[in-house]
Design a protein around this ligand. Sequence first.
Ligand code: PEP
Ligand code: MN
Length: 270
Amino acid sequence: MKDMKLAGLNGSNRTIVRVGDVKIGEGLTVIAGPCAVETMEQTVDTAKIVKDAGADMLRGGAFKPRTSPYAFQGLGLKGLKILEKARDETGLPIVTEVIDTRDVSWVCEYADVLQIGTRNMQNFSLLKEVGKANKPVLLKRGMFSTIEEWLLCAEYILGEGNPDVILCERGIRSHEKYTRNTLDLSAVPAIKELTHLPIIIDPSHSTGKNSLVEPMSLASVAAGADGLIIDVHNNPATALCDKDQALTKPQFEQLMKKVRPLSKFMEGLQ
Ligand code: PEP
Ligand code: MN
């Protein structure tokens, strides 16, 4: 693949991204939480649910890139303060999306990992800005993008001096309508062949259906993914964003009881 000067495998060691005590690229990292930060109670409750079930990090969007301008756009700064409180209560590091170059430096005061969403994967000014930040970046695959285009976006971030890039496959557009997107699980072994960067899977945004999240999580672990990022909500029926894909507390607990042992089993096979 062309121009993969920094992201390419080149015989180098695999990158392990450290976030506090969490090591992404070593064992299975589970990131979970609401799609969007809605209220203090919803976020802190959900953070406790995912922490008790064994998640390593908390996800939650304060800036929501919505298809419709009339949909809930996120709480912004207020949302980041809520995430900070949830981190204080649970000790879970925070993964949160940044959608504007003007916000990167101050969002870094709250976030432990900066997420670049699928719609911004090729927002090159934003990539350069997070490349200058001193926080790891979770780079989602563009829903219309090839693996090569995705890795060249990682290259933009690495090129600015930020070595901590986590790739996230979140489904690509296909003719299939039953699922929200089509999860490209073959991206996991393909990425392992092409780059030293860790790759995680988002079974929530790829399928759009909570019933499919557990089976695709297990398949992701079997395929060799370094982690999962999963939507969980303390009361999905009331969720302001992506309620059909959010797992309930019992659903997430059940998933966690399966993915950890499967990950250990897979490690034993190597
Ligand atoms: C999200 O994770 O909240 C999100 C908006 O995901 P994506 O960019 O993959 O649609
Ligand atoms: Mn979402």
